[in-house]
Design a protein around this ligand. Sequence first.
Ligand code: XMP
Length: 503
Amino acid sequence: MIQVLIVDLGSQYTSLIARAVREQGVRAEILPPQQAGSWLENHKPKAIILSGSYASVRQTDAPEPPQEIFEAGCPILGICYGAQWLVKSFGGDVISSAEKKEYGRTEAAFGEDVIFQDCPGKSVVWASHGDSIGKLPSVFSAIARSGENSQAAAFRAGSFWGVMFHPEVSHTSSGSLILRNFLFHISGCLKDWMPDDIIGGIQKAALDTIGKDARIIIGYSGGVDSSVLAKILLPVFRDRLMGICVNAGNLREGEIDDIKVSAEIIGLNLKIIDAQASLLSALADIIDAEEKRKIFSLVYGQSLQKAVDDFGAAWLLQGTINPDVIETGHSGGAAKIKTHHNPVLEGKFRRYDPLKSYFKDDVRDLARALGLPKYIANKEPFPGPGLIIRVVGCPVTAEKLAIVRWADRQVRMIAQKHNLTNISQLAVILLGVRTVGVKGDERVYGFPVVVRAVETVNFMTAAGYRWPVNVCEEIESALTRHPDIVRVVWDSTPKPPATIEWE
Ligand code: XMP
């Protein structure tokens, strides 16, 4: 059960709030306002946090938390914009005042309130707001003050708290105490995120389910999910656990070598199966995305089945995580968005997916707790069907895969050269339409390539990454050097409404 809902109103610090909550030993769910309302109809959190935002509550189209937060019956903490939104909703004034703007470090004096229990009377807080409180609603009382004007830095009405500063950033020296007080003393949360306990729990459950004699195959992609699962279960099953990586011609350049390195780091015995010819011939003239996924799942499943038979295994382990299950429509009332291959895989083996209730950042946290290197813990995800869902609108052929593989490599190298560390995932997509261009005074008729990068923590929502102009120019020039690529198209649409992949 998720105890804390964080309503993401568009702040770049929202993931830091989740991390700070997790550091207190509590898992939180981050949802945009559009999804938070329906989530609250089916869940009963113990606490709600309203994040900051890029916007001003004075704008007409300012993001708004759903009204359901007031029906949830639990304490609410508004941070920065979230606090200002509470002020506005209860009839107070939020103003733009040059003297009251606060950016960076400032000192706050805390009053007597349970949220400041054990905090010193005065403490450095980190603020970042252009708007400030003109008038507090009559139901709110100021419980902290800051800056030269001694303005309200925190306020409270019953079980609603607002703080104008950011308790989630390390520069706010009492931030973790404030969050501790809000989570445990005010909201009654219980610790449910202790990575060592979770690792121990997964080991015990796997042993209970699988037994101590069975042989097991793990579908291994070198990504953080399957690496974490292998690392957790290797001490339990030792040489009875074998990793299988299926190379169906859908991987990026150099990926097989990377996968081998990751397996070696973990100490996993790895076998690579070549299914390139089977996948290409099975795909034949298929263009439809869901058809492609089904075919991939079939070919992948057949390859694993062979490995399972050869190894005499009874079980297949997979690093399936919650978004795979949700998007496949296998979770509660969630709509089917796309069929991820792992939740639907079938064969003459028993499937076990111990990570299926966890999200990407949970798994990254487990990776850190397991001492896995950053190379694995922070690894960018890559979809199971790989490059076959990055050749869009035309049949997938070896030639098209080669073009998209080459283009992906160029963009990746340029992004790395410019150290663009904010990119959470990068997808380079070949479109099946032909388009006209001129190269060396000659007409050419080739393909457009889409470059899509996103910033995200949980991959359930994402912001489109905006590339620096000079890097765009470098990528355009590099990609159009390929004889079959005529145009580069930039896609920075957020998720929602778009998904990260094009298919
Ligand atoms: P979307 O495109 O759904 O992507 O916003 C969310 C995350 O999931 C990855 N993804 C997939 N992974 N099989 C997978 O194993 C799939 O069919 C698939 N489709 C998307 C995507 O790359 C992103 O990290």
